[in-house]
Design a binder for this molecule. Structure first.
Ligand code: NIG
Ligand code: FE
Length: 408
């Protein structure tokens, strides 16, 4: 057994209600804490000296500068499997063109589809591993990764296989999602509904057969798929055994309620959500995933995170890291900046980056420091947890552990 500590503070995040607003009292801070780890799992968390007295034979990793320990962050929404970049789109946007206009003119997602189709699986593996490494250095130990830049069998399967191979090559845990329903591909000869039907009958069985993913996502938007087209697609995917998640209400309201109606794990984006959507999410188990990185990348308003919490929603925060709308990929900076604008407390932000994000991915044993849960940990170089958001993400963890093994 390994005893790590002492830490100035440990935030185990074990006593946080899964939904609604949170305050500092929910953090249950342990001062001068230690954590006992065995076989990659947490055995105990408590005052360092007590743990040392109880387990005198355990090996000790001594922390000799003041640090605050948190569970590793979970980024529950990314598109980090891609080739190339889209700085030209970004330049066009800051010169005044909109994301949807650029998409209509043939740029946007389709540009990355072309570049990703042309990349080899090996290149994609390297890209994912490198981005996962950057995330690990920033304390993110579990990362959801979507396909969606292939949009035909070959490209989608290549992406999902690359994510699986990358998962074996990085210490981070990668959770894959099929986003073949990202856009109607220009080279598909048929209607949006016919394309979605092809995903249901032609692609998902193959994904299941190879065990590549058990999650399905769809972009419901004017430039992508309508709610009416999405409904039968999502129902069929669910019947086939896939968990559902939606890109909902990013520019146009209406699809968050669809996410709730089909019992999706999460409804993500929500920048355009109206009162009805906020109420629906507030009363459902569908996690409301907000993506401040997309607001920053597009220069658009944030999702109504405060109002979602007040309505009782399970609020998680993801990076949406992708080459188009959210190229920065720094989850903590994004969450901290949104927290200042939306008035999210430290407890709400940390829950949104850990236990509530685990809920969005249906992951058990992740996101809190409790007996039997994975020892995914990160230590910040400060004595007071409030410093973490105060520096707005500039302060990074000095040590990160994945399943009890130090990786940073
Ligand atoms: O979540 N909105 C749709 N999909 C992504 C963007 C992908 C891209 O622009 O490449 C998003 O923002
Ligand atoms: Fe996205």
């Amino acid at each position: 057994m390994l005893l790590i500590g002492p830490f100035a503070q440990i935030l185990p995040l074990t006593d946080m209600p899964i939904r609604g607003p949170l305050q500092s009292k929910h953090l249950r801070i342990i001062e001068n804490g230690g954590i006992l780890v065995a076989a990659g799992r947490v055995v105990d968390v408590g005052p360092f000296q007590e743990l040392q007295a109880l387990h005198p034979d355990s090996e000790v990793q001594f922390i000799d500068t003041p640090c605050v320990l948190l569970p590793g962050f979970i980024d529950c929404h990314t598109h980090i499997c891609f080739a190339g970049h889209r700085s030209r789109d970004y330049a066009m946007r800051i010169e005044g063109q909109s994301y949807l206009d650029i998409a209509r003119a043939g740029g946007g997602i389709w540009d990355t589809v072309t570049q990703t189709r042309a990349a080899t699986e090996t290149t994609l593996v390297q890209e994912v591993v490198a981005r996962a490494q950057r995330h690990l250095q920033e304390g993110v130990t579990t990362i959801e990764v979507k396909s969606g830049y292939g949009l035909q069998a070959e490209g989608e399967l290549k992406m999902l296989r690359a994510i699986r191979t990358a998962n074996a090559q990085t210490p981070a845990t990668l959770v894959s999602t099929c986003l073949a329903a990202h856009l109607l591909p220009k080279d598909f000869a048929g209607t949006p509904s016919a394309y979605l039907q092809w995903i249901n009958t032609g692609l998902l069985p193959q994904i299941q057969q190879e065990g590549l993913s058990n999650r399905v996502d769809i972009f419901v938007e004017e430039t992508a798929f309508s709610a009416a087209e999405a409904l039968p697609f999502l129902q069929a995917a669910s019947i086939a055994g896939f968990e559902l998640t939606l890109h909902a209400d990013q520019f146009t309201a209406g699809s968050a309620q669809l996410a709730v109606a089909v019992h999706a794990r999460s409804a993500d984006h929500l920048e355009a959500s109206n009162d009805a959507a906020i109420q629906a999410l507030g009363q459902s188990d569908t996690v409301a995933v907000v993506l401040p990185g997309a607001s920053l990348g597009l220069g658009m308003p944030y999702a109504p995170a405060r109002r979602l919490l007040q309505a009782g929603a399970i609020l998680a925060i993801g990076s949406d890291w992708n080459p188009g709308s959210a190229p920065m990929g720094d989850l903590l900076v994004q969450a901290a900046v949104m927290s200042a604008a939306e008035k999210l407390s430290s407890a709400e932000v940390f829950a949104g980056l850990t236990i509530r994000a685990a809920q969005a991915l249906g992951l058990e044993n992740h996101g809190v420091l409790r007996y039997g849960h994975f020892a995914d940990l990160q230590a910040y170089p400060c004595a007071d947890y409030r410093d973490i958001l105060y520096y707005q993400g500039k302060m990074k963890p000095v040590k990160v552990w994945k399943e009890g093994v130090q990786v940073v």
